[in-house]
Design a protein around this ligand. Structure first.
Ligand SMILES: [Zn+2]
Ligand SMILES: [Zn+2]
Length: 293
């Protein structure tokens, strides 16, 4: 009896297995940003309410339920967990997921997955969609994603996820429900679409990626990178394609976001150094909006 109870407990433990202690959960209005990012170790984020994620540098067990992933670029710390994600979804009999990836890397990514299929002697089904800046991706009736140019050392993009709603055109505001229904039946377009930028994901980029995509400054939540606290000792080469603390100091009046998730900090900096430098250099932004991850 005692043995049975122990076995049941073990099986429950394995069903309840989750890795939530390894990443952050940040609430922003009606949605949650879950994930973690350290350069050059791993970057992974998801918004469970929107059923999507950004980058696959790691894949906590419970993240496999999110069926759409937006990949910013293909550096190791942003795609390493992709085969695990695909294999787990197949194993759990979930539908093949959709991966959005910079179009220049679609072929290489297919080869990467094909190598794992050979190793596993099994298929890793997924839909891979190549994207380029300016693309719009229909996700659902309520959500649409846009693709944005960013500046890194390899082909890269950023993403904004928008919530869209239909609003009645001003000229029809006075009409009765019946009149509106009749116009609808007659095929008249009586409404227009308004969009709200909910989440922006910069990926890895220099500050130019933010400046050239000002909607990122307006998103409710901005997931952005601050790889360096200062110019690295070996000069500016490592700064190329990344942001540093001074980039935020210079732009602190631009951020209208409710949450600014500062992430991808290099592991070269101790946590207390990061926090101290933020307090010294960015006191104006420390009004509860910054989340240092
Ligand atoms: Zn990175
Ligand atoms: Zn990178």
């Amino acid at each position: 009896m005692a043995q049975n109870k122990k076995n049941k407990q073990e099986s429950n433990d394995s069903l309840d297995y989750n890795e939530s202690s390894t990443y952050r959960k940040i609430k922003c209005d009606t949605f949650t940003i879950e994930g973690f990012s350290r350069a050059p170790v791993m970057t992974f984020w998801r918004i469970p309410e929107f059923k999507l994620g950004f980058d696959l540098g790691w894949q906590p067990w419970e993240f496999m339920g999110s069926p759409k992933w937006f990949i910013s670029h293909c550096h190791m710390d942003h795609v390493l967990a992709l085969p695990a994600y695909l294999a787990r979804r197949r194993m759990m009999l979930m539908d093949p997921p959709t991966l959005y990836v910079p179009e220049q890397k679609v072929g290489d990514l297919r080869q990467f997955i094909a190598a794992f299929c050979k190793l596993e002697q099994s298929a890793l089904p997924c839909d891979i969609i190549g994207v380029r800046p300016g693309d719009e991706l229909d996700l659902s009736r309520e959500l649409v994603a846009t693709v944005h140019k960013t500046y890194h050392t390899v082909p890269s993009v950023g993403y904004i996820v928008w919530e869209r709603r239909k609003k009645l055109k001003p000229e029809y505001l006075e009409l009765t429900g019946e009149q509106i229904r009749d116009l609808n039946l007659a095929g008249v377009e009586i409404s227009y679409e308004i969009r709200f930028p909910r989440v922006a994901f910069l990926g890895d980029s220099s500050a130019r990626g933010l400046d050239e995509n000002p909607d990122m400054y307006r998103a409710d939540a901005l997931i952005t990178e601050m790889t360096h606290l200062r110019v690295p000792a070996n000069g500016g080469a490592q700064l190329k394609g990344h942001m540093q603390l001074d980039d935020y100091v210079a732009r602190q009046d631009k951020f209208q976001n409710k949450k600014i998730i500062l992430s991808h900090v290099s592991i070269r900096y101790p946590q207390n150094d990061i926090e101290r430098q933020l307090k010294i250099k960015l006191p104006g932004l420390l009004d509860g909006r910054i989340e240092l991850v």
